[in-house]
Design a binder for this molecule. Structure first.
Ligand code: FAQ
Length: 324
């Protein structure tokens, strides 16, 4: 069968809504696009632990500390499911980490902003997890089976994360004037970077057209961004907080909120490594990798010893059966 007819059959399977599994034939570009997207997603979960980890020791109560600890651990779990999903496409975990540590692989721009106050933990849960859910609910129906299945559990956990963040914001916005101001300040700083999480505008997005065709993406960056704005504005109203966008306005005709222009120059600067915390974030991941070298070496030495002693036992058993 020619590659062309294989590609045609593949597209027919996608169009019919079939899931693609790891051992199925797939175009090389489909495989590469998935490795890129799944691994960037995994890196985002792992790097995303850092801004929140910054507040674990300073959470204002035991209840808040327990909630935050559980959330950060969940993000580590999400990273691991996603690395495993990427590995089904024939790339090793070591290669994936190497791409992150050498700056070849991207991760979400949002995690390159600092967490300056406790309210930022509320804003991250509310806005960042809120944005992540909108994108990821779509991904539970993505065409690649291992990715879609990983997203189901991730979405359930992200939904808890979003609620714990919103509850922090609710507490602060109903608290003292200083607490409300802290919540407003966090919203001011995290609003625009949260909108940037959805990626460039559709006309500037080189990957969207093909990804929609292959049902990797079922909605475009702009469609998801609009969904996020429409869901989040009423939530800000309940909090009594003001979204920092003078152009934000309900558009009766469209049935959606209109909103102002994103600073795309800032977005690309952050994506290219020049955001406020890019160097610190990557530095922390590289240090964690280097500091963990002895654990990996010990695990490999243990596994070698175990397989050697199992080998010895197997040959002893062979000798015994030969003797019988
Ligand atoms: N940051 O053509 P497109 C979370 C890159 S998880 C950095 O539109 P695509 C959980 C893009 O990679 C958050 N780079 O690309 C959590 C591409 O570069 P490349 C992560 C970005 O793939 C919460 C180029 O720009 N979620 O938050 C960004 O079709 C709290 C052109 O863009 C996912 O990764 C960006 N924001 O659409 C954890 C979801 N946007 O590779 C801890 C899965 C775009 O061609 C605490 N990913 N770029 O050189 C996706 O859905 C897609 O990959 C998009 C981008 C929508 C992110």
């Amino acid at each position: 069968m020619t590659v062309k007819s294989l590609e045609q059959q593949f597209q027919e399977r996608i169009d019919a809504g079939e899931r693609i599994e790891a051992k199925d034939w797939m175009p090389e570009k489909y495989r590469k696009t998935h490795i890129r997207q799944i691994s960037q997603h995994a890196h985002s979960e792992i790097v995303g632990m850092l801004p929140e980890g910054n507040w674990i020791t300073r959470a204002p109560s035991l209840r808040r500390k327990v909630g935050l600890l559980a959330k950060v651990q969940d993000e580590a779990g999400h990273g691991l499911y996603l690395y495993s999903a990427a590995e089904t496409l024939g790339i090793s975990r070591d290669e994936l980490f190497d791409q992150l540590h050498t700056g070849k692989a991207k991760y979400s721009s949002i995690f390159n902003y600092p967490t300056l106050s406790w309210a930022d933990i509320g804003a991250i849960g509310w806005l960042v997890d809120g944005a992540a859910i909108i994108n990821q609910v779509m991904l539970t129906r993505t065409s690649y089976g291992p990715y879609a299945r990983a997203m189901v559990r991730i979405c359930k956990e992200e939904s808890f994360h979003q609620r714990q963040g919103y509850e922090i914001m609710l507490g602060l916005s109903q608290g003292s004037p200083e607490q409300k101001e802290m919540a407003q300040d966090a919203l001011n700083r995290f609003w625009w970077p949260s909108l940037m999480m959805f990626g460039p505008r559709d006309e500037e997005s080189p990957n969207t057209e093909q990804s929609v065709k292959w049902k990797i993406k079922r909605k475009t960056n702009d469609e998801l961004r609009q969904e996020f704005v429409d869901i989040t504005v009423p939530q800000a109203e309940i909090l009594g907080l003001t979204i920092p966008d003078p152009d934000l306005k309900w558009n009766e005709e469209r049935g959606h909120y209109d909103f102002g222009e994103i600073d795309w120059d800032e977005f690309w600067q952050v994506v290219k490594g020049n955001g406020p915390c890019n160097k610190e974030r990557l530095g922390a991941r590289v240090k964690a990798w280097d500091d963990g070298a002895w654990v990996r070496e010990a695990a490999i030495a243990y596994s070698d010893r175990r397989s050697r002693s199992q080998g010895d036992e197997a040959s002893r058993n062979q000798d015994v059966s030969a003797a019988i």
